[in-house]
Design a protein around this ligand. Structure first.
Ligand code: SF4
Length: 262
């Protein structure tokens, strides 16, 4: 049968057509998930969070121009091996023990795609001797599915970090490729996590004056404060780092940044 859908969304280029991130999430899950298995490319320990064992997975539902992850984000069909939650937990545990760390995470894309895989993996982490599982998310799937936050809140060892990309719908589209209507989804994800009583904090790409204006930053702060003032007090502000993939994505998007002033 002929597939009449749009071509799969890759990195952004000038004049791109904005996409629905929930549709891209579904298309990506078709590629990177099989039952409760999900594609991963590697497992390693990194120094962030004071040392954390990391599984590097494939696939995301946004196309941020400053994204640092490997090309498995844009071409998930070409990368990775399908791994079960048990296999991922075994590999994370092995890396953690070898490095002497007691924290786990999965990164390299959007971990909340493939819900069955993630929840099964979190069950294993919860009943393990490890202290903490960090869940880094763009907030889109959690904003679209109110049950998701409640299911995450059941885990006492899981701490979620919601990473916001922009402060206005227009900027959200130009930085992520997603339609302006979807700008609210990550904020709804934050509301859902708050109401579910989950452990979480918010990060935002607001510390970099090359890609965010004062007004846009203030809009983001105001939107967060309207949900809960403590979200602003605890906000982790990020800047763009010059990873190879980031530089290439910025170039493909036609965005030039100077690296001596931020
Ligand atoms: S920065 Fe995060 S949310 Fe944005 S495309 Fe990369 S992995 Fe996805």
């Amino acid at each position: 049968m002929t597939d009449l859908r749009q071509p799969y969304q890759r990195y952004l280029e000038p004049g791109f057509t904005a996409f629905d991130p929930l549709e891209l999430a579904r298309r990506t899950e078709e590629i990177v998930c099989r039952g409760d298995r999900r594609k991963y490319t590697k497992f390693y320990c990194t120094r962030v969070y004071g040392g954390i064992a990391t599984g590097y997975l494939c696939g995301c539902c946004l196309r941020c121009i400053f994204c640092w992850v490997e090309w498995s984000r844009d071409f998930p069909e070409k990368y990775g091996v399908f791994r079960s939650p048990a296999e991922v937990f075994y590999r994370l545990s092995r890396v953690a023990r070898k490095a002497g760390v007691n924290k786990l995470r999965i990164s390299g894309g959007e971990p909340t795609l493939g819900k069955a895989h993630l929840l099964n993996l979190l069950e294993k982490a919860e009943s393990s001797p490890f202290r903490l599982f960090i869940l880094e998310t763009n907030g889109i799937p959690i904003g679209a599915d109110p049950n998701y936050a409640q299911q995450l809140a059941r885990f006492k060892k899981v701490h979620t970090r919601v990473s916001l990309k922009a402060g206005t719908p227009k900027a959200f589209t130009s930085k992520t490729g997603a339609k302006p209507e979807s700008f609210e989804l990550p904020f709804q994800g934050i509301v859902n996590l708050l109401e579910a009583g989950a452990s979480f904090h918010v990060a935002a790409m607001t510390a970099d004056r090359r890609i965010v204006t004062k007004q846009e930053r203030q809009s983001l702060l105001d939107r967060l404060a309207s949900i809960h003032p403590a979200l602003v007090d605890n906000l982790e502000e990020e800047a763009v780092d010059p990873y190879r993939t980031t530089l290439e994505r910025l170039r493909y998007a036609g965005v030039e940044l100077t690296w001596d002033e931020r």
